[in-house]
Design a protein around this ligand. Sequence first.
Ligand code: FMN
Length: 167
Amino acid sequence: MFKEIDVRALNENPVEMIDGRWLLLTAGDRNGYNMMTASWGMLGELWNKDVATVFVRPQRYTYTFMEAQPYFTVTVLPDSMKQKVHGICGSQSGRDIDKTAATGLTPVFDPHGVYFEQAEIVLVCRKLYADDLRPEKFVDTAIIEQCYRGDFHRVYVGEIEKVLVKA
Ligand SMILES: Cc1cc2nc3c(=O)[nH]c(=O)nc-3n(C[C@H](O)[C@H](O)[C@H](O)COP(=O)(O)O)c2cc1C
């Protein structure tokens, strides 16, 4: 179903992948998990490790799982599923609905996280660092006006431990 590849063999432009195709960010395990749409993030290199960085506002239900779990996954779905899945996962909360049932996604329970059988790309990431964005640290303070109402993101940097692509 999936084959594991080196992250350097990933044939995607990271900006287009994140901002264009969008990510499904998932944290949890078979006892409970949640996923949400994310279109802000980075892929790159830090502390001599290949990393993915994601930004999660504290009011997200996914935040609870991001805090509780040592791993998170980043999934890219086929473009044909974008509208349906992200229409639900980007606007509704797992507190209110069963997103797995609503989207029809099939969870795969990895020892290190949850992803979905329908995925085209999966990054399994081990949390290395988490911190909150702080208003006093913005150099361009216009961003605060443009993007925030007091709900500053928590930043999670994760080491990309496994990259899976559809076989
Ligand atoms: C295109 C798009 C991108 C989004 N990117 C992010 C993001 O990077 N970080 C974030 O906290 N919320 C982001 N959201 C909002 C969450 O996906 C949304 O609030 C979701 O319903 C949260 O679900 P949850 O409460 O089940 O975690 C985005 C929404 C959309 C539609």
